[in-house]
Design a protein. Structure first.
Length: 148
């Protein structure tokens, strides 16, 4: 007598769950974490090109704040001559005073973030400047309006 094995036509629940989790993981992957991608107006990701700093851009989360303790986040993006993010030492300043915290630091992965706080009730346009040290000194600015 020949013995026949019973063959399963439907995989067990463990295989189904494992397959589902693998497909779910593939659907969640994205190239949006590229070191030079942008999301919501800010550069995201990690790492840098290793090239020397060649340019710097400075943006404020709000371009108009109260001259009495108004705050805005300042984002500095440092790039090399190929437009790839580059690390560099950043020093911040403001033409009308106020505080920048932190006032200096490393643009790790090409990014440096600080908070500007207006003090003293001085109204007008303050120029926020980021100075980046490298083989050459480069500067970038943004303007924040301080209102009474």
């Amino acid at each position: 007598m020949i013995s026949l094995k019973k063959q399963k036509l439907f995989p067990g629940p463990g295989i189904i769950i494992l397959s589902f989790l693998m497909l779910l993981g593939l659907g969640c992957s994205s190239s949006n974490n590229d070191r030079d991608s942008y999301s919501s107006g800010t550069q995201t990701g990690s790492g840098s090109s290793g090239g020397a700093p060649a340019s710097v851009s400075v943006t404020a989360s709000s371009n108009s704040i109260s001259a009495f303790s108004g705050t805005t986040t300042i984002i500095v993006v440092v790039t090399d001559s190929n437009g790839r993010r580059a690390e560099g030492q950043v020093f911040m300043s403001s033409s009308l005073g106020g505080t920048l915290e932190p006032q200096s630091g490393l643009a790790a992965g090409g990014l440096f973030t600080t908070t500007f706080t207006a003090t003293g009730g001085i109204s007008g346009d303050t120029v926020i400047t980021a100075t980046v040290l490298g083989p050459t000194i480069i500067k970038g600015t943004t303007i924040v309006s301080l209102f009474l």
